[in-house]
Design a protein around this ligand. Sequence first.
Ligand SMILES: [Ca+2]
Ligand SMILES: [Ca+2]
Length: 270
Amino acid sequence: MNWNPRLPASVLGVSTSSQGVAAVGDFLDVFADEPLRVSDFEREHAGPRVLAILAPPPAPLIIEAASFQIEFDRPVYNFDGSDLVILHHNTQHSGVAVSGSESSYVATVSGLSGYGCFTVSVHTLSDVADAEGRLMLDSVTSEQVFVDHGPAVEGEGEAEAFHSADWTRDYEIGLNELLRMIQLFNAGAYHCAIPAVSTDDGYALGFNVARQQCRPHSGDYAPQNWRINLTEMLRVVQFYNAGGLYACLEGEDGFCAGPNPSATPLVIPR
Ligand SMILES: [Ca+2]
Ligand SMILES: [Ca+2]
């Protein structure tokens, strides 16, 4: 509507927000065939917004790519990979592809690596616009997507850099870390926490066969069965008593007890 106040004195009140403009008073639509008189006036001038970003289901965790269903509240133009905000927590990606049209799109984030999680949203300062040229107003953020391409290599003859029980990554088993290992032992079984960052060590207590896609706990080695037995728990007690542990190929579990003789301890904050 192309409106004009009929008389300045007839405008009783005007309010605006990021969503629209509303006015109370006496107006004429000056471009209508027949001058149209309206008393109250309201018009949205808000740009398009993202209603939903649906992340893929949480498993498997060792994934190369993840696709997100993105729904806008109206048809939009100019939406491509450069309009995505991909927020990584210890993960990386190498490619983004967007397909779809109108108000429904699929964004695929590929070349995933690292050990952590990431989220996807649509940039609000972008060239995405609706048919009337209104630019993006708002976006939601997807659920976290967990990726496990851990620093360790599972190949023969290669050791993990850090023991799962040493989640502070200082090559020592602290009292908290020891108590956590005893807790895993007492619980009888454990599984992958989703997202991994929701617990200190990335694991949760109890048996859950649907949540065994992450790297098993380093202390779960004799045998590796998603349970910490007495032998496995006592091995971490040994690290605690020895004042440290470090990766070594001759260790039964890929680790040796004692301070690392060859390296200055790295402190990697989590
Ligand atoms: Ca530690
Ligand atoms: Ca075990």
